[in-house]
Design a protein around this ligand. Structure first.
Ligand code: IPE
Ligand code: IPE
Ligand code: MG
Ligand code: MG
Ligand code: MG
Length: 289
C-alpha cells in the first residue's frame, strides 16, 4: 500500500500544474487540495485490480490519478459553506478556508477538467476505443447519475428521514460510483480478465463502495476530530440522515460486517490473486479515518 500511495503522490505532483505557473494562486490551491494527504483508497483499488488484469503500472497511474482528482474536487466542493460547511479536511484547513470560496470553486472545476485531460491524453491501455469507453465511464460516475447526483440527494435529505433503501441509493451514488469506477478502470487497463471476471469485480466494487460510506457514517458519529482529520459529529450537527441515524450504531456495524463478507465472497473466484483487494476490503472496515 505504501508504495502505491507514494507512486500516486508523485504522479499527481507531476501532473498537477506547477505552483509557479500562472495563475499561481489557483495552481497552488489545486496542489494544496490534492497533495500531502488522503488515504488514496481509489488509486489503491485501481492498482490492485489492474494487477489482476495484468495492466501496465504506468497506465494504471493515469487511471488512478484521474479518479483521485475527481475525488479531491468532490471533497473541495463538499466542504464549501453552501454544502457541508467544513473547516478541516485531511488534518488541514479546508481549501476555501486556506484560500477563499471563489478559489475553492475554481479548484474543483479545474481538478475535474484535469481528470478528463489526463484520462484522454495518457494511454490507459493499448486500445483507443476501449480508452474512450473508460473516459465515458469516469464521466458517468462523476456526474448527475453518479457522485454529483448522490451529493444532490444528500443535500435534499438534510432535516428529513430516509428509508434504508433511499439511504442506500444516496450512498451508492455519492461515494459508491467513484469507488466502483476505480475498480472498473483498473480492470479495463489490462486485457487478462474475461467478461465474467469483470462482472465479479463490478459486484465487488459496488459492495465495497457502499461499505466505504457506511463506515464513513460510523466514523463521523463515533470518532474524534483529531483522529479523523475532519470535524467529527458533523452529520448529526447538520441533521443529515445516515446509516447511524436510520439503523442505529449496532445494526450499522452489523451491516458493515455483512457487506465486508459479501465483498470478500465476490472475490472468491480469483483465489490468491485477489489478496490485495481482500486486504483493501478489510482496510476499508478497520480504518480509523
Ligand atoms: C471521504 O473520502 C469522503 C467520502 C467519500 C466518504 P475518503 O475517506 O477516501 O477521504 P481521503 O481521500 O482519504 O481524505
Ligand atoms: C462526501 O460524503 C461524499 C463526496 C462525494 C465528497 P461526506 O460529506 O460524508 O464526506 P466527508 O465526511 O465530508 O468526508
Ligand atoms: Mg457531504
Ligand atoms: Mg462532508
Ligand atoms: Mg462523512
Amino acid at each position: 500500500m505504501a508504495s502505491i500511495q507514494a507512486r500516486t503522490e508523485s504522479a499527481l505532483g507531476r501532473w498537477l500544474p506547477a505552483p509557479d505557473v500562472a495563475p499561481q494562486r489557483l495552481h497552488q490551491a489545486m496542489r494544496y487540495a490534492v497533495l500531502g494527504g488522503g488515504k488514496r483508497v481509489r488509486p489503491l483499488l485501481c492498482h490492485a485490480t489492474g494487477e489482476l488484469a495484468d495492466a501496465r503500472p504506468e497506465h494504471l497511474d493515469a487511471a488512478a490519478c484521474a479518479v483521485e482528482l475527481i475525488h479531491a474536487y468532490s471533497l473541495v466542493h463538499d466542504d464549501l459553506p453552501a454544502m457541508d460547511n467544513d473547516v478541516l479536511r485531511r488534518g488541514k484547513p479546508t481549501c476555501h478556508v486556506e484560500y477563499d470560496e471563489p478559489t475553492a470553486l475554481l479548484v474543483g472545476d479545474a481538478l475535474q477538467a484535469l481528470a478528463f485531460q489526463l484520462s484522454s491524453e495518457h494511454p490507459l491501455g493499448d486500445d483507443a476505443a476501449a480508452q474512450l469507453d473508460m473516459v465515458r465511464l469516469l464521466a458517468q460516475a462523476s456526474g448527475s447519475r453518479g457522485m454529483v447526483g448522490g451529493q444532490a440527494l444528500d443535500l435534499a435529505a438534510v432535516g428529513t428521514t430516509l428509508s434504508p433503501e433511499e439511504l442506500e441509493f444516496m450512498h451508492i451514488h455519492k461515494t459508491g460510483a467513484l469507488i466502483r469506477t476505480a475498480v472498473l478502470l483498473g480492470a479495463r487497463c489490462g486485457t487478462r480478465l474475461s467478461g465474467d471476471q469483470i462482472a465479479h469485480l463490478d459486484h465487488f466494487a459496488k459492495v465495497a463502495g457502499l461499505l466505504f460510506q457506511v463506515v464513513d457514517d460510523l466514523l463521523d458519529s463515533e470518532s474524534t476530530t483529531a483522529t479523523l482529520g475532519k470535524t467529527a459529529g458533523k452529520d448529526a450537527m447538520q441533521n443529515k440522515p445516515t446509516y447511524v441515524t436510520v439503523l442505529g450504531t449496532v445494526r450499522t456495524r452489523e451491516l458493515a460486517a455483512e457487506l465486508q463478507r459479501q465483498a470478500r465472497s465476490a472475490l472468491a473466484p480469483f483465489g490468491d490473486g485477489a489478496q490485495r483487494l481482500l486486504d483493501l476490503t478489510d482496510f476499508i472496515v478497520a480504518r480509523k479515518f
